[in-house]
Ligand binder design. Structure first.
Ligand SMILES: Nc1ncnc2c1ncn2[C@@H]1O[C@H](COP(=O)(O)OP(=O)(O)O)[C@@H](O)[C@H]1O
Ligand SMILES: [Mg+2]
Length: 365
């Protein structure tokens, strides 16, 4: 969950583009943004009254805002006040275009976009309640195979729809995966932050992963070897690779490519021979171990070629887990029927523990 803090990036930001409506406070909306220090709500675009910071990444900050026109809460993302360079602006504009094009239940929905008076772009999204996958993993340590598969399946569904439009996300990582708790089932996954995305048709110069000096921008932990080594002809398989890295971390509770700084991580991504998942956590079924290993193949030609193919294997693994669980239940019933008690295999208890924690935290959320 993002930290809720002061509105430190909006002082001086005045917005244009929308006329205040009858629902808006005319004092603040009519004059654009009021000064936060004056104690009045900062209203952007004559419509969005900022409330608190929800989170921030490399060059943008996200606020909870009250949409005065529609009377609902939204999330408003803008470039940080100290990141006024053209590349940061281009990222947000690109994110707005991609998010507007993709309509998918697992992609955070966009409702508006525009420019502040000082030229900074902003975009308005649905306000999500829940936590990022990063936060969830900090809290739980690791996930059960079933929960990890469910999250990966939803993520792949979002990526499938982006890829079908020729959009490669390029920054799939736990910080950009938001989990919205639901009652009676696992969390709804929302993929965030298309700021680094690239259209398949884009020119190679339109590339924000690398600076001119050839340095990697962003978090290399989830980037594929071709991405960190600066190859510019990568494709949608880099997103599938990132899902593999996320699965590895979610199942094992350990970073796949640790390092004390970005440079060490890049070396790790390029040369580290990864311990098989089952050597760290023997409760991971061998089929799931093979799926993750295939998604994370260093050579892209050995990886899944599409999100749908990856989903197909995960669905099979999930069905096998369910069948195994069911067999356990039936065997248990059978044993009880005959007056014998049987303990479930040890690993099932382990799998259930993080799930129980996840469910109880969902209940308290
Ligand atoms: N729609 C949203 N609802 C609630 N919180 C959000 C929303 N979008 C982003 N956040 C929070 O803000 C953080 C940064 O958002 P993100 O779009 O990833 O920005 P950046 O491009 O700077 O990385 C996220 O990790 C999340 O905690
Ligand atoms: Mg982000």
């Amino acid at each position: 969950m993002g930290s809720r803090g002061a509105l430190r990036d909006v002082s001086g930001a005045r917005a244009t583009g929308h006329r205040p409506t009858s629902g808006a406070s005319s004092s603040s909306a009519g004059r654009g943004a009021a000064s936060p220090s004056a104690g009045r709500a900062v209203v952007l675009a004559g419509r969005y009254a900022l409330r608190a910071e929800l989170g921030r990444g490399g060059c943008a900050v996200v606020y909870e805002a009250h949409d005065l026109r529609l009377g609902r809460l939204v999330a408003l993302k803008m470039v940080k006040s100290n990141a006024r360079d053209a590349q940061a602006h281009a990222r947000l504009a690109r994110e707005a275009r991609a998010a507007a094009a993709i309509h998918h239940p697992n992609v955070c929905g966009l409702s508006d976009a525009g420019y502040l008076e000082d030229g900074r772009p902003y975009l308005v999204m649905e306000r999500l309640h829940g936590e990022t996958l990063t936060h969830c993993l900090h809290r739980l340590g690791r996930l059960t195979p079933t929960d990890a598969i469910d999250i990966a399946l939803q993520l792949l569904s979002a990526l499938d729809s982006a890829h079908a439009l020729g959009v490669v996300h390029r920054d799939v990582k736990p910080d950009n995966v938001f989990l919205v708790p639901r009652s009676g089932c696992g969390p709804l996954v929302k993929l965030l932050d298309f700021g680094m995305c690239r259209r398949a048709s884009a020119t190679l110069r339109d590339d924000a992963t690398l600076t001119r000096a050839g340095q990697v921008v962003g978090t290399p932990e989830y980037m594929s070897p071709e991405q960190v080594s600066g190859k510019r002809d990568f494709d949608a398989r880099i997103d599938l690779y990132a899902v593999g890295v996320i699965l590895y971390e979610a199942l094992s509770g350990k970073r796949a490519f640790p390092g004390k700084d970005a440079r060490e991580v890049v070396v790790s991504v390029l040369v580290r021979s990864l311990p098989p998942l089952r050597s760290i956590c023997p409760d991971v079924p061998p089929a799931l171990d093979r799926i993750v290993a295939r998604a994370m193949e260093r050579d892209a030609s050995f990886r899944y070629s599409s999100a749908a193919e990856f989903q197909g294997d995960l669905l099979e693994a999930k069905a096998a887990l369910n069948a195994r669980r069911l067999r356990g239940i039936q065997t248990g019933r059978h044993a009880v029927d005959h007056g014998r008690t049987r303990q479930p295999p040890h690993h099932e208890g382990e799998w259930d523990e993080p799930t129980r924690q996840l469910r109880s935290s969902r209940r308290s959320a």
